[in-house]
Design a protein around this ligand. Structure first.
Ligand SMILES: Nc1ncnc2c1ncn2[C@@H]1O[C@H](COP(=O)(O)OP(=O)(O)O)[C@@H](O)[C@H]1O
Ligand SMILES: [Mg+2]
Length: 402
């Protein structure tokens, strides 16, 4: 069919043509926006899930909802080994601009606080030219958010920002993607600041997104974080919503799917949003005409898998050393050994590290370096002591097919 009219959008953070199955999360977020705007207490929100389930896209949709409500919003993507000050000050700078507060003096003050928060990054003895410039014209407000203690500084920063938003009956949403990669001190400070701010009833919330072990990361930082955040597990779509994700965009282009084609697509994609987009795109391009049939799906499947092997799996697999690849492969074998009657590989969430060691015939301790490196590279995660899992769905099947 006409590739120019192909509606599907495989790719990290790519807005899907139809955001299927996330109505409940968006509705709940709408309630949070209203409550916080009216000074009522609400928890910050954290979205968790595997790679490719649609966390980034949902985070962006929530951010848009906040903007429509007149809120100031900013977003950052955490990276391992990067401090919070710079990306956070850029995000908050953006949020203040979006807020469009009518009183220039108040705005100048808050921007000055953001600036002093940002400039503290270089350390007190740093020369002016070593300082990072946050691109803020307002003069830094010395003595505010620049103590060097990130926890104190964040509270001061959020307090001033919250005051600016509260003046207008609005709020501030700070979106943090890949939140599991925020460093331990920063994450602990972020929790403390959320805690402090929610107690004072100021309209500032954090909306985080990250891998399934993010709740464990936050609990390790501050034990009260379980009560601080509303956790929402983002998962594969059920059959009905997976069909909508495929059908609605096709219908907008006057195209359709056979019932059997939709069943075959669900079977292949397991309802994972990334796979739905990838399959949808390839099947569309290779099908001769509408309606798309189960035979069209069968013809396109090898090509879709090839593209996933390169773009989705391969790019991650390449980051692993030979020893780490052996470990990954052993994880896949250990998971397959657990598949019982009526269960698929998708139902096996994690494996015991001891089982992985047994597959390799090695002592668990001797495998710690490989495991730690894979954790650091974000290829696997550990939600519970002694257990590990792939961060990428279908990764085991990909490894076993190589
Ligand atoms: N609810 C959804 N319905 C249909 N497609 C979706 C949905 N959510 C995400 N996608 C698609 O899935 C892919 C991965 O989304 P992304 O937000 O990058 O996932 P994550 O951040 O969890 O890794 C993108 O191609 C996106 O268009
Ligand atoms: Mg993402």
């Amino acid at each position: 069919m006409d590739p120019i009219r192909n509606p599907y959008a495989p790719g990290a953070g790519q807005r899907p043509p139809e955001l299927a199955g996330r109505g409940p999360q968006l509705a709940a977020f709408g309630v949070v926006l209203e409550r916080v705007s009216h000074g009522r207490p609400e928890r910050s929100i954290v979205l968790t899930g595997l790679r490719g389930v649609g966390k980034t896209v949902l985070l962006n949709a929530m951010r848009s909802a906040a903007v429509r409500r007149g809120w100031g919003t900013g977003k950052l993507e955490a990276r391992p080994d990067q401090g919070l000050r710079r990306p956070l000050s850029s995000a908050l700078h953006q949020a203040v601009r979006e807020l469009g507060h009518p009183d220039p003096e108040s705005v100048t003050h808050v921007l000055g606080v953001i600036r002093s928060f940002a400039e503290r990054d270089a350390g007190p003895g740093a020369k002016v030219r070593d300082r990072w410039h946050p691109g803020i014209d307002a003069p830094a407000v010395r003595g505010r958010a620049d103590s060097g203690d990130i926890e104190i500084d964040l509270v001061e920063l959020f307090t001033d920002l919250g005051g600016l938003a509260a003046d207008q009956g609005r709020g501030i949403a700070v979106c943090v993607d890949e939140m599991q990669d925020v460093g331990p001190d920063d994450v602990s400070a972020l929790c403390a600041a959320c805690h402090e701010i929610s107690q004072s009833g100021l309209p500032v919330i954090v909306v985080g997104a990250g891998l399934p072990h993010l709740p464990a990361v936050l609990s390790a930082a501050k034990s009260y974080s379980e009560r601080l955040f509303g956790y929402q597990r983002i998962d594969r779509l059920d059959r009905e919503n997976a069909d909508l994700a495929l059908r609605v965009p096709a219908e907008a282009e006057d195209a359709a799917y056979d019932e059997e084609a939709l069943a075959a697509l669900y079977d292949a994609t397991g309802g994972y949003p990334y796979f739905i987009q990838a399959y949808g795109k390839t099947v569309w391009d290779l099908a001769p005409h509408s309606p798309i049939t189960v035979a069209d799906v069968a013809v396109a499947a090898p090509e879709a898998e090839r593209e996933l092997a390169v773009g989705f799996f391969g790019s991650r697999f390449e980051r692993a050393t030979p020893g780490e690849r052996e470990y990954l492969r052993a994880m896949a074998d250990a998971a397959s050994a657990l598949v019982g009657s009526g269960e698929t590989l998708d139902d096996i969430e994690s494996v015991l590290t001891a089982d992985v060691a047994a597959v390799l015939g090695k002592k668990p301790q001797s495998l710690s370096p490989a495991r730690d490196a894979l954790l650091k590279k974000g290829l696997i995660y550990s939600g519970e002591r002694g257990r590990i899992a792939f961060t990428v769905p279908h990764f085991g099947a990909f490894l076993r097919s190589r």
